[in-house]
Ligand binder design. Structure first.
Ligand SMILES: C[S@@+](CC[C@H](N)C(=O)[O-])C[C@H]1O[C@@H](n2cnc3c(N)ncnc32)[C@H](O)[C@@H]1O
Length: 224
């Protein structure tokens, strides 16, 4: 499904604006990664990546399949004074144009629900993660209070209809978590944990081993 960039941005800049700094803090708290390279997958206008960059020393790569979104993201980079440490990368999560092991932190909010081939995206994420690299990928609205406030504001915009609340329940519910886990297993990824509760939302935290795994049978160094 194609997202209308201008319409999404109008909401992201206003209704969603308070969630980005809160999620940025959660990312830093749970991953502990503040230096190196951070990839924001399905970055949209780039508000989450910009919030993370402002609180860390990370260099940013903003990836999105939509040229319109990347145009809006360029504006965000400028507005946040990030020009010297941020780049735009057009592309799909199924084929990330970055070298193996080149990214320390992969973040992504609200985009995974649109990815067509989850196992392929997970394999690509694992490929680009550097030793010791981590992910914070999924969906959330910061905390239960912010989530409820956004749900009410969105219902007001939709003439009282709670479609957005229903979408929140689906995207952040138990079935979605099961879908993520099934696809992680399909991608051959076992080194992960899931953060999932009413406050934080639903996030996949993958972790690349700090030193390459040694195959016990062959003695060769290689991926898990
Ligand atoms: C709901 S928006 C979220 C934007 C941003 N992460 C945020 O939280 O404000 C989803 C974004 O994911 C992008 N997207 C969806 N599927 C994608 C894919 N397979 N590869 C790259 N970008 C994708 C869309 O173009 C859109 O910008």
């Amino acid at each position: 499904m194609k997202i209308n960039a201008k319409q999404f941005d109008a909401i992201a800049r206003t209704v969603f604006a308070p969630v980005y700094p809160v999620i940025a803090e959660q990312i830093i708290f749970h991953t502990g990664i503040t230096r190196g390279t951070c990839l924001d997958l399905g970055c949209g206008s780039g508000y989450l990546g910009a919030a993370v960059a402002r609180k860390t020393k990370l260099d940013m790569v903003f990836l999105d399949q939509s040229p319109e979104m990347l145009k809006l993201c360029a504006r965000t980079i400028d507005e946040n004074g990030l020009r010297g440490r941020a780049g735009l990368l057009p592309g799909d999560t199924g084929s990330i144009a970055l070298p193996d092991g080149s990214v320390d932190l992969v973040i992504s909010r609200g985009s995974i629900f649109f990815w067509e081939d989850l196992p392929q995206a997970f394999r690509e994420i694992k490929r680009v993660l550097a030793p010791g690299g981590k992910t914070f990928i999924g969906g959330g609205f910061g905390n239960a209070l912010l989530k409820q406030s956004i749900r009410l504001q969105m219902a007001e915009r939709n003439q009282g209809k709670d479609q957005f609340g229903q979408k929140m329940r689906t995207n952040l519910g138990a079935e979605m978590r099961n879908r993520f886990e099934k696809n992680l297993h399909q991608a051959g990824i076992s080194n992960y944990s899931i953060l999932h509760d009413e406050d934080i939302g639903l996030w996949i935290m993958m972790e690349q081993p700090a030193t390459p795994a040694v195959n016990k049978e062959t003695g060769c160094i290689g991926a898990q």
